[in-house]
Design a protein around this ligand. Structure first.
Ligand SMILES: [Mn+2]
Length: 326
């Protein structure tokens, strides 16, 4: 187990009674699982916790206990800000990433995160870039409060480890990640339930969309770049929406020899969302940033205006430059 929870985080939570919890826009498994887990821990102390996210919970995570109680949208929840003692911002490197930044400075901020570039924007900041998931930090926080988890809380936090480590496959699947996972299972987390939610609950539309997408597979640059795309017509044929296309970029990236992969999704006529994935040192964020996008080294995205062919050509060209740097 890595470093303990700082005393100022514990004392702030011990002192307060009513907390607002939030995370980044377009929340992922670590965001949702950390929020739901921490809300349960806070409520179990006889305090209140309200989760407020700008964007809806992705379908994958709606089976998590308490997800139906999350307040979603740009309008503050009832009683904001007077009925809250502070806002706990989880897994969010900067306030603007919440999409709710205009509201946040009305409350003291407790910032709990594991992103390397976190801007320390809270009155209390706990940043641990070695943590495999923010949910693992929430688990340490529970231990610092001498709180023993119930099955559902343990399951929420276990899910954050599974999603942030890619099912314990990424480089952040550290000994600490496995140790926390083992402890969470001991405290009642159910790995088979989490696997069912994450890997065995695909919509039929998403599988039909996968078939459509794979028929567009093209290799570029001696097989080092793979591209696929989904047009609006393909979404329609599959009966799918954009949320059915989550995770599809993993398929082109999984091809042997491919170092960078592109998924273009048509959002509107002549407007494409590009999702870029890579392996190892190949920094796809550099390409996304040229088009006002962003992300991480191995996962980034941006929006581009233009027709399909020219958009694809522009992205491939950018990726070739990045590959040739390495
Ligand atoms: Mn995370």
């Amino acid at each position: 187990m890595t470093a303990k929870t700082p005393e100022d985080v514990l004392s702030t939570i011990r002192r307060g009674n009513r907390f607002l919890l939030t995370s980044h826009a377009n929340p992922d498994g670590d965001a949702i699982g950390s929020e739901l887990g921490l809300a349960r821990i806070i409520r179990a102390q006889g305090k209140s916790a309200v989760i407020w996210n700008r964007d809806p919970t992705p379908g994958l995570y709606t089976p998590l206990p308490g997800s139906d109680r999350i307040h979603v949208g740009s309008e503050p929840p009832a009683g904001f800000p007077d009925l809250f003692d502070g806002v706990i911002v989880l897994e969010c490197p900067s306030p603007d990433r919440t999409g709710l930044e205009e509201f946040l400075d009305q409350l003291p901020i407790i910032n709990i995160d594991h992103h390397l570039g976190n801007q320390h924007y809270g009155q209390v900041n706990w940043i641990d870039s070695a943590a495999p998931a923010v949910g693992e930090m929430v688990y340490r926080l529970a231990q610092g409060l001498n709180f023993s988890l119930d099955d559902q809380t343990a399951t929420c936090l276990f899910l954050t480890l599974v999603t942030d480590t890619g099912g314990f496959r990424f480089s952040n699947a550290t000994d600490a990640a496995f140790e926390s996972a083992a402890q969470l299972v001991r405290e009642g987390a159910r790995p088979e339930q989490v696997s069912q939610w994450l890997y065995e609950s695909r919509s039929l539309a998403s599988i039909r969309l996968l078939a459509e997408m794979l028929s567009t597979l093209t290799l570029h640059h001696d097989g080092r770049i793979a591209s696929v795309y989904i047009t609006q017509e393909m979404f329609d044929r599959a009966g799918a929406t954009e949320s059915d296309s989550e995770g599809l970029t993993d398929y082109p990236r999984s091809i042997d020899g491919v170092q960078a992969a592109i998924l273009l999704r048509e959002r509107a006529p002549s407007l494409y969302k590009a999702s870029l994935r890579s392996r190892g040192e190949v920094d796809v964020q550099k390409v996304a940033r040229r088009h006002d996008g962003g992300g991480h080294r191995n996962a980034a995205g941006c929006e581009i205006e233009g027709d399909l062919d020219s958009t694809l050509a522009t992205i491939v060209e950018g990726l070739v430059e990045v590959l040739d740097e390495n």
